[in-house]
Ligand binder design. Structure first.
Ligand code: SF4
Length: 70
C-alpha cells in the first residue's frame, strides 16, 4: 500500500512525524513521506498515524488509483 500526504490538507501539526519518524518528515513546514518510504502504507503505525492525523491529510491507497489514466 502506498502512503502520501495531501499538503493541501496538512497544516503541519507534526503528529505523524512524532509517531513514525522513519516514514514521515516535514518539508517546508508540512508533513511529507520520507523519500523511498512511499510503500509503507501497510505498516500498522502508518495506518494509526493516518487515523490520528487531525486534518485527514494522510492518504493510503493501493497505488493504482493514484496513477492517471488507469
Ligand atoms: S499529522 Fe497530518 S496535519 Fe500533522 S503534519 Fe502529519 S499530515 Fe500534516
Amino acid at each position: 500500500m502506498k502512503v502520501s500526504v495531501d499538503q493541501n490538507l496538512c497544516y503541519g501539526s507534526w503528529d505523524c512525524v512524532h509517531r513514525v519518524p522513519s516514514v514521515f518528515t516535514v518539508v517546508d513546514g508540512y508533513g511529507a513521506v520520507v523519500p523511498g518510504r512511499e510503500g509503507a502504507g501497510d505498516d500498522p503505525r502508518v495506518r494509526a498515524a493516518a487515523e490520528g492525523c487531525p486534518s485527514q491529510a494522510i492518504v493510503i491507497t493501493d497505488g493504482r488509483a493514484a496513477e492517471p489514466g488507469k
